[in-house]
Design a protein around this ligand. Sequence first.
Ligand code: DC
Length: 230
Amino acid sequence: MGHQITITIDGPAGVGKSTLGRRLAQALGYRYVDSGALYRAVAWQAQNVQVDPGDPDAVARMLADFQPRVTAATQGFQVAVEGWDITPELRTPAVTAGSSLVATQPRVREWVNQTLRQLAREGGMVAEGRDLGSVVFPDAAVKFYLDADLNTRASRRQREWQASGGDTDLAGTQNTIAARDRQDSTRMVAPLTVPQGAHYLDTTNLQPDEVATQCLALIRQDLEARAIGI
Ligand code: DC
């Protein structure tokens, strides 16, 4: 068994981070960690106990006794509250909107970051989010930043929603993603940015397989250069 390293993937909404994260985790036999799901879990809990997700003090009080069970596996990332798997409920429009609000709050970011660092101590992982290579794991062994133009990202998101039975129009999806991009990259704490030392990949004209193949080659190259085995 080689070193158990952390690989980070950052980038805007709908860029293909989850698809890449799962593929890399499977190829390497590492766990896949979805940090956005932790922000979403905080928003879910706020809704569950009727706390305003835009009220940082109320959210901080709520976090004091919020201890979800987090399962990171090669196949996926799950969050359970009091024995109930809430993962399928994390992508509703209300939870999505709430997650962008709680993600601006330093107390919430601290809680998520502690959870992520604990997961990293437990072994190799591929973790995706907005600030993983810049703030949470600045010393990660390999970092990626994925980008793609807004049209492409909106079309991908729309196809995902359609596949799960949702009904959305492309212009609406573009507006929602553009608004989230703005919120994520202009917030005061840990804004979305290209981390120092990250490989920047524009995935606009790439298929998921091509992205994964390129990233696996870059991982091998980075680790060989540093004499780290995987
Ligand atoms: O990736 P996602 O859509 O599941 O993320 C949900 C929200 O959490 C989104 O507003 C971005 C935010 N987020 C963040 O601020 N930092 C991260 N590391 C991951 C997600």
